[in-house]
Design a protein around this ligand. Structure first.
Ligand SMILES: *Cc1c(COP(=O)(O)O)cnc(C)c1O
Length: 330
């Protein structure tokens, strides 16, 4: 918990390093295949990368990325720092074309909350050919399901708040890279800006990391089972699931009203933002005014937890059945 250290040792002051950060960074770095740096939050890590983008350069980013990341890009653009080109990450040809003249290609895959998947290797090849760096926000997949550095991406971003810490009790972010020069640049910026985590937060995240494989296996199995059942339910117009992970988005037949009813009437599922905890949480994303209008009004993003899948289904089905029974004309 020390903020300062006896002079002359490895670390002099708590903004530059901490043995608990190092233990967490070592573990996450090993999982992603690079060297990690912990940050105060996912968005602190995002801001640290975007701060390095050159004046007047172009950044390519997904139109449906995490809204906090998109807002940072919009803020930089409004102050004349960059131009942001927002793309549909599922349209690889369009993303490849957008790489021309870019200094940074920001990817998030799967995206939050649309669950679109980017084909990372051809995008990385096009970005590198254009002289651009590639960043991948790997929060949804976690290093157990996708390792962007092994696909030659330059930097991985994590909101460790989510699956990595895994218990909805920590705010934490991380950057990982295997490029030694880039690592030094990012470390220097963290030292300078000071968006550093507390030792206790990194300790909790390290403890969470020990069960990541077990939590994710169970949550993913639950998600797949729920996807099967949700797909067959008449109250559900669309199920979005990339085939892996524990986040599922559904669009309800009854739009925003039905979605609000669902999120307010369940008792096992908790109505809350954020995701990746052991407990199942969900929310209608467009309840946030900043969520893009291209996200359907009745879309509910579901973070599937590790509870008994029948408890989860019964809780959902009770409300979904009611939505069908009360539908006009039924
Ligand atoms: C939550 C989230 C972030 C932001 O992380 P915080 O820890 O909340 O600052 C970034 N990217 C994705 C994909 C997220 O889900």
């Amino acid at each position: 918990m020390a903020s300062t250290y006896v002079a002359g040792g490895d670390v002099e002051y708590g903004r530059y390093g901490n043995p608990t950060w190092s233990a967490f960074e070592q573990a996450l770095g090993d999982l992603e295949g690079g060297r990690a740096l912990a940050f105060a939050s996912g968005l602190a890590a995002v801001a640290t990368v975007l701060d390095l983008v050159g004046h007047g350069t172009k950044v390519v980013a997904p139109r449906h990325a995490y809204n906090g990341s998109v807002m940072q890009l919009a803020d930089l653009e409004s102050r004349g720092r960059i131009t942001a080109e927002l793309v549909d990450v599922t349209d690889t040809d369009a993303v490849v074309a957008a790489c021309e003249g870019a200094s940074l290609v920001w990817l998030e895959s799967p995206t939050n909350p649309a669950l679109e998947v980017a084909d990372i290797p051809p995008i990385v090849a096009a970005a590198h050919a254009a002289g651009a760096y590639v960043v991948v926000d790997n929060t949804f997949a976690t290093p157990l399901l996708q390792q962007p550095l092994s696909l030659e991406a330059d930097i991985v971003v994590h909101s460790a708040t989510k699956f990595i810490a895994g218990h909805s009790d920590v705010l934490l972010g991380a950057l990982v890279t295997k490029d030694a020069e880039l690592f030094d640049v990012l470390k220097k910026r963290r030292d300078m800006i000071g968006a550093v985590p507390g030792p206790f937060e990194t300790w909790l995240a390290l403890r969470g990391l020990r069960t990541l494989h077990v939590r994710l296996e169970r949550a993913q199995a639950n998600a797949k089972e729920l996807v099967d059942r949700l797909t067959q339910h008449p109250a559900v117009a669309e199920v979005r699931y990339p085939g892996f992970g524990a986040i599922v988005s559904i669009v309800l037949e009854g739009g925003a009203l039905a979605a609000d009813l669902l999120t307010h009437k369940t008792t096992v599922w908790v109505h809350a933002t954020s995701l990746g905890g052991v407990e199942s949480t969900f929310e209608r994303r467009r309840r946030w005014k900043v969520e893009p209008a291209t996200i359907p009004d009745g879309l509910v993003r579901m973070s599937v937890g590790i509870e008994d899948v029948n408890d989860l289904w019964d809780d959902l089905a009770a409300v979904l059945d009611q939505l069908v029974a009360e539908r006009p004309g039924s």
